[in-house]
Unconditional design. Structure first.
Length: 437
């Protein structure tokens, strides 16, 4: 047993005992009243999940095991002192709740590099059987399911084992799956957009750097951006669609491939991970209509007003939970201004940020007029040469694996049961309120 798994046992078993004690000794405590509006508007704000990897605060934004994004940029190991934090370090932090050393990051990176070589040939055959014009998320998700033939969890479960040990084969499967996602994503990218001219993995590179390399980008600029991208998109507590779907399917003791596939189906929706594509499309449509790559703030203001008058939304602005500028947007804007100051798209994003919040706030209908993570991510990717926007959500999915699959391990450590909320028909709600049909 490697030392990280041993450490996970030391950290996890006492916490699992705490969860059992909570249920046994305080299970009948009422912690929250729920309104009809909350039930019928997506259960927003209703505490109904146990998630340890990250926490989303309406005012502070995302914190990973208590650490903000600026703190992660400062404290997590990097390739270079002035670089971006390595995703391997964030995975360690979310898994164990403690900051990693450089040796810890090297160990995880080596594990992922070794495990990544075990992708069965049939996975690529399945991808190649799909039409080239199939959306990258279709190909990505199909490949995830095809890899489930090697599920450690399914084999261990079928052979019979103590449920307290379910976390072990789940950990093994999660480590395999995370290690292989960059290869799958890069393969799909090169297949669809570069005529199938594939680039072999480089075991000497870090997880995100190797993804950039296999996609065909060997500049330090792109590797640096993908390291940041993979860190800030990794998790967003348990209630977002991709995290909740992964947890929900996992609660049935489905293996990590089935569970993560469910999460990716949710991520592919335009109200979730596909929003980054909609942002870049909105910006490109605006530039095309205005006939310039360098619009003025007044031009952007009028285009925004016209967008709203047409009954459409401004993509990339607003959030279901946040009530301030998303720190993930802020850190990306800082990155763009620092490393890509000559990019027209970065300049346009700055101008949009200057005018859109005020316009949305003045409508009186928007609770959060501030930009979210999607408002700039596509602009940065496009600025470094990754201009094929259908691939953006797939890159989001590679990153999101870090958080949702780590939580899946903890779901098995905690011994959480199958999720089964109660539902009622419309008559029940009408009777509760005294309303009539």
């Amino acid at each position: 047993m490697d030392y990280i798994k041993q450490r996970l046992i030391e950290v996890g078993r006492p916490q699992a005992e705490l969860v059992r004690d909570l249920i046994k000794n305080h299970g009948d405590m009422v912690i929250q009243d729920v309104s009809i509006e909350q039930v019928l508007s997506g259960m927003k704000g209703v505490v109904s999940l146990l998630t340890c990897t990250s926490k989303l605060d309406p005012q502070e934004g995302i914190r990973f095991r208590g650490y903000s994004i600026p703190e992660l940029r400062d404290k997590l190991p990097k390739m270079k002192k002035d670089g971006e934090p390595l995703p391997e370090g964030l995975f360690y932090l979310m898994l164990l709740g403690e900051l990693p050393s450089k040796d810890d990051v090297v160990f995880i990176g080596k594990q992922w590099s070794e495990r990544s070589q075990g992708i069965p040939r049939h996975v690529f055959d399945v991808i190649n059987a799909l039409p080239l014009d199939a959306h990258p998320m279709i190909q990505f998700n199909t490949a995830i399911l095809a890899m489930s033939t090697q599920s450690h969890f399914r084999k261990a479960y079928m052979s019979g084992m103590d449920k307290k040990d379910y976390w072990d084969p789940m950990y093994e499967g999660v480590m395999d799956l995370i290690s292989r996602l960059p290869i799958i994503a890069a393969y799909i990218y090169r297949r669809v957009f570069h005529k199938g001219k594939y680039i072999d993995s480089d075991p000497s590179l870090d997880w995100a750097g190797n993804l950039a390399h296999m996609m065909g980008f060997d500049s330090e600029e792109v590797k640096r951006l993908l390291r940041l991208y993979m860190v800030i998109h990794a998790d967003h507590e348990g209630g977002n669609v991709s995290a909740h779907a992964t947890h929900l399917v996992g609660s049935a003791l489905s293996n990590p491939y089935y569970s993560f596939s469910a999460g990716m189906n949710g991520l592919a929706g335009p109200l979730h991970g596909m929003a980054n594509q909609e942002v870049i499309m909105w910006i490109n449509d605006m530039l095309k209509e205005l006939g310039t790559d360098d619009p003025t703030e007044d031009q952007i203001r009028q285009y925004t007003i016209d967008t709203l008058k047409a009954g459409r939304v401004v993509p990339g602005y607003g959030h279901a939970v946040l009530r301030k500028t998303d720190p993930r947007f802020t850190v990306q804007l800082d990155f763009g201004n620092k490393y890509l100051p000559d990019s027209n798209l970065v300049k346009v994003v700055n101008k949009i940020f200057n005018v859109v919040p005020e316009i949305l706030e003045n409508t009186g209908k928007v609770k959060n007029p501030w930009p979210n993570v999607d408002a700039i991510s596509g602009a940065l990717l496009s600025s470094v040469g990754i201009r094929e926007y259908p691939v953006y959500t797939m890159l989001f999915g590679v990153s999101r694996a870090l958080g949702v699959l780590t939580q899946l391990i903890w779901d098995r450590i905690y011994g959480l049961p199958i999720e089964r909320p109660k539902s009622q028909n419309l008559d029940w709600f009408l009777n509760k309120t005294g309303m009539k049909k």
